[in-house]
Design a protein around this ligand. Sequence first.
Ligand code: ADP
Ligand code: MG
Length: 248
Amino acid sequence: MTALLDARGVVKRFGGLTAVDGVDIGVGAGEMVGLIGPNGSGKTTLFDCLSRVSSLDAGSVRFDGVDISRHRPHQVARLGLARTFQLIRVYRELTVSENMELSIQWARVGPASLFGRTDPATRRRAESLLEFLLLSRLRDERAGALSGGQRRLLEIGMALMSEPKLLLLDEATSGVNPTLVAEIADRLREVNANGVAILLVEHNVGFVAELCHRVVVLDRGAKLAEGTPGQVMEDPAVIEAYFGAEGE
Ligand code: ADP
Ligand code: MG
């Protein structure tokens, strides 16, 4: 069986710094995989490469049988790969509903027609996702007025608008209060149960252990370990990377 996402030897440099250093990572259809690692280990940069927000310096990325190593982000979105960002990206001046509706125009046709009309099917999908994410009563609020956790949920909803096969989530729980963290975990479990594969970057290791079938650990841009949550948490190299270094 071929993986839904299959990235090989991904390298990304910033000047003299190699932020991602030859990483292989794969996600199977319907799988939920965690990507963890200390601050600065290259998780977001790897996500940027996988979702084609950044160019690769070496390596390749295949998604659903297509080589996307040189695709543009909206082309990747159209193939069924959606992502969220560590620093939330919503249009703060627009309403929750408007944010949902705009996100799909981007995925479908690219930046050129962002301001086209919203069709009824799109509006219905936005409504049902907002309901699923418990955001219905906030549909006419400006996105800028939401709490951090509500904005995370909105961003997940925006990513789900295009009915992706794979969802890349960068720090879905950062700045979110514990009640909402449990809510996000529930929602993600349900999204995954409906067949959407998820690759989850998290600093919250417990959250990953609870949700993921498999975990990949990055350290200084390279893959340090991979396995079930249990295997990875007991790996001495992982413990050293997390607790051996100062400041973590
Ligand atoms: P993580 O998400 O695991 O915390 P990042 O991918 O954000 O790690 O960062 C990995 C390394 O790359 C860090 O040393 C960071 O400072 C560096 N880095 C990330 N983005 C840039 C950039 N645009 N320019 C220069 N260095 C960067
Ligand atoms: Mg990051």
